[in-house]
Ligand binder design. Structure first.
Ligand code: KIV
Ligand code: ZN
Length: 533
């Protein structure tokens, strides 16, 4: 590596800004699993949540702090003492904690949201950085909506918070308004005009409202930014945040241009992307750079010919560089545990011995039903055994009869039997407007909850038929919601099966189990809702 090569820090906010996005909520196990994968990926800082915002975020930051050793763990706090107190409580077990405090500096935010003057914002920012420093040496300050703020005011605030002890100052384009050239120039201006900048790192945090979050982040690096805030698959508020994999690979592929790199182990990029997509249920668009299904596919004959002659004709990076497995071992019912273990390794999936035994036995059952088991099938089995919340109710048996009369009025009759974790078994039959309506109603009757179905998505794990002609498994994503004390809470559930009705029931039941697991912990439950546990 060149002597003067700069190392850019990667601050991942998948679990905070990413998780804040509609439909991206994750349960505790999922968050911990994602954090472990981010650590393996080599991110420098994992922003694990916003502890004061909810009991779930507090619990997640605590759990992640307790198990992550190689990355710093950060959490978000408004510039308020109670937020910083909660943040520090959540981070107390972290090996490398970082308190991240933020306050808006733009005229529109100061006037309409904060109702504060510039002088008050400056004073509050300094006060809170000093307050956070009492607990934690590593303090980051973000000037929310920095790009739409007066540049000289941002430099003044940054200078003052650096003086108060902030080790990182972050310049967000909160609403994704900047153009790359303009953003690069602004970063250079801030770097050159902030008093004491040589004592702190300059970070950027770009949103993707105009599709420019990655371009703006890259322009910032070229103009002196030392840290990039980003998310896996670019998930995040509205159109999302800058995508980690795109920034990291741009730096790697064009090191000649930037003379900068990151600490990321790029061979872990693909598995991290798959995990985040699976736990959030947010599918990756096929033509997404780096991790989309088509990112390394060559369709046109002229391209295929070129790639066969020499890959460099149409490939600027190898799929192996991001951890897409090279070999195409086909697993089936004759595959033994060694072949299965080897495939897990190639997929960068790490599981303990006990989980391995469970997953392997389920793999054998699946291989009996399907001719071959794809990588996506394996990922799904691992997910079911690692990140699902404990089951209050387990599916035992179901039947559905369905049909439509000559006027195409459908009628269905569903029956389901669920087993409670304490051993009780309940059965319920109900009519509905279709097979899923009847069976979901039966689940509601047994579990005693009536959530709203916000999202139902049915797909195939692999497209249509698997390559060898064996049918693909059905994968269902479900999101359910409840209004609790005036605020709306959502839970995701996933189900996979060779039968699409069964995958739908599993998805619905896993969302209901996640909900029961969560609301049991809320004060006053059960009681204000008609819930039987
Ligand atoms: O977009 C933003 O401004 C943020 C800050 C809280 C860093 O997410
Ligand atoms: Zn943001």
């Amino acid at each position: 590596m060149n002597d003067k090569m700069r190392i850019i820090k990667i601050f991942d906010t998948t679990l905070r800004d990413g998780e804040q996005a509609p439909g991206c909520s994750m349960n505790l196990n999922e968050k911990v699993e994602v954090a472990k994968r981010l650590e393996k990926l080599g991110v420098d800082i994992i922003e694990a949540g916003f502890p004061v915002s909810s009991a779930g975020d507090m619990e997640a930051v605590k759990a992640i702090s307790a198990c992550i050793k190689d990355s710093a763990v950060a959490c978000l706090c408004r510039c308020l003492e109670k937020d910083i107190d909660a943040g520090w409580q959540a981070l107390s077990k972290a090996e490398n904690p970082r308190l991240h405090v933020f306050l808006a500096t733009s005229p529109v935010h100061m006037e309409h949201k904060l109702k504060m003057t510039q002088a008050q914002v400056l004073e509050q920012a300094v006060f809170c950085v000093k307050y956070a420093k009492k607990f934690c040496n590593d303090v980051e300050f973000s000037a929310e909506d920095a790009f739409r703020s007066d540049p000289d005011f941002v430099c003044k605030v940054f200078g003052a918070v650096i003086n108060a002890g902030a080790l990182t100052v972050n310049f967000p384009d909160t609403v994704g308004y900047a153009m790359p050239d303009e953003f690069g120039r602004r970063i250079r201006y801030v770097k050159e005009n902030t008093p004491g900048m040589e004592r702190a790192r300059l970070s950027v945090h770009c949103h993707n409202d105009l599709g420019l979050a990655v371009a703006n982040s890259i322009a910032a690096i070229a103009n002196g930014a030392d840290q990039i805030e980003c998310t896996v698959n670019g998930i995040g508020e509205r159109a999302g945040n800058a995508s980690l994999e795109e920034i990291v690979m741009a730096l790697k592929v064009r090191r000649d241009y930037f003379n900068a790199d990151t600490r990321i182990d790029t061979t872990q990029v693909y598995s991290a992307s798959r995990l985040v997509s699976q736990v959030t249920g947010i599918k990756i668009q096929p033509n997404k750079a780096i991790v989309g299904d088509n990112a390394f596919a060559h369709e046109a004959g002229i391209h295929q010919h070129g790639v066969l002659a020499n890959r460099q004709t149409y490939e600027i990076m190898r799929p192996e560089a991001i951890g897409i497995p090279k070999s195409r071992i086909i697993l089936g019912k004759h595959s033994g545990s060694h072949a299965f273990e080897a495939r897990l390794k190639e997929l960068n999936i790490d599981i303990d011995e006990e989980t391995f035994k469970k997953v392997f036995s389920q793999f054998k059952d699946l291989a009996d039903k399907k001719k071959t088991v794809s990588d996506r099938d394996i990922e799904a089995l691992v997910m079911d055994n690692t990140v699902s919340v404990p089951e209050t109710w387990r599916l035992d048996h179901w039947t559905v009869t369905t049909g439509a009369d000559s006027k195409r009025r459908s009628a269905a009759f569903g029956e389901i039997r669920l087993l409670h974790k304490d051993g009780e078994s309940k059965i319920f039959s109900v009519k509905g407007d279709g097979p899923l309506d009847s069976i979901f109603k039966a689940v509601n009757k047994i579990t005693g909850v009536e959530p709203e179905l916000e999202l139902y998505e049915l797909g195939a794990i692999t497209d249509g038929m698997d390559a060898d002609g064996s049918s693909s498994q059905g994968e269902t994503m479900v999101r359910i919601a409840l209004d609790i004390d005036g605020s709306r809470r959502c839970w995701n559930g996933r189900g996979v099966s060779t039968d699409v009705i069964e995958s739908s029931i599993k998805a619905y039941l896993s969302a209901v189990n996640a909900m029961l697991h969560d609301i049991k912990k809320l004060p006053g439950f059960p009681g204000s809702l008609n819930i039987c546990f």
